[in-house]
Design a protein around this ligand. Structure first.
Ligand SMILES: C[S@@+](CC[C@H](N)C(=O)[O-])C[C@H]1O[C@@H](n2cnc3c(N)ncnc32)[C@H](O)[C@@H]1O
Length: 164
């Protein structure tokens, strides 16, 4: 099931725009956007669940091993990241957005350790961290930092924002 946050704000991405799904996993958001008619590129170190998906460009890459960004020179109408955090990628995420491009980002934040994993601060956003990422670079449409109960109890932070 796609994240309700991504479903809620998917309509911010104009028709016909390309979408990059980072650390796409099983491709739940790749499929969501492909179903809405977007051309989708999905990147993950494990693309076994992605290569069979129709109309989705699957790119296999390790995003944390220091190798050159695999999609350099390309920009997208939207970048989607869920349940994944690797802070050194933050600058690249914004570079991947074309003018007016939309960032939809949702992942766990500090406080989540009360409910289980992830509990390592390396994988938990700090209070306000997505707002800090957006400051001066993105216009924020929506932001939340809250407890959710579905699909399990978790502290999440999430943003929907457009490149200035
Ligand atoms: C918790 S899953 C989230 C998947 C998807 N975004 C979602 O919400 O359904 C984290 C994903 O990050 C990917 N990942 C973890 N480390 C990675 C790395 N170094 N390079 C590329 N992908 C990585 C994993 O393969 C996995 O698919």
């Amino acid at each position: 099931m796609p994240s309700p946050w991504i479903v809620q704000w998917a309509g911010l991405v104009p028709a016909g725009e390309t979408v990059l799904d980072i650390a796409a996993g099983g491709g739940r958001h790749s499929r969501l956007f492909a179903g809405r008619g977007h051309k989708v590129t999905a990147i993950d170190r494990d693309v076994s669940a992605l290569t069979s998906l129709a109309d989705i460009e699957a790119v296999q890459a390790d995003l944390e091993d220091g190798s050159p960004w695999p999609l350099s020179g390309r920009t997208f109408g939207a970048v989607v990241v869920t349940n994944y955090l690797h802070r050194p990628l933050f600058a690249s995420l914004l570079d991947m957005l074309g003018p007016g491009g939309v960032l939809l980002y949702e992942t766990f934040m500090e406080g989540n350790e009360r409910f289980g994993r992830p509990s390592n601060p390396e994988f938990l956003l700090k209070d306000g961290e997505l707002l800090e990422l957006a400051r001066g670079r993105l216009s924020v449409t929506a932001y939340e930092a809250r407890l959710i109960s579905e699909p399990k109890m978790a502290m999440v932070q999430r943003i929907a924002a457009r490149k200035l």
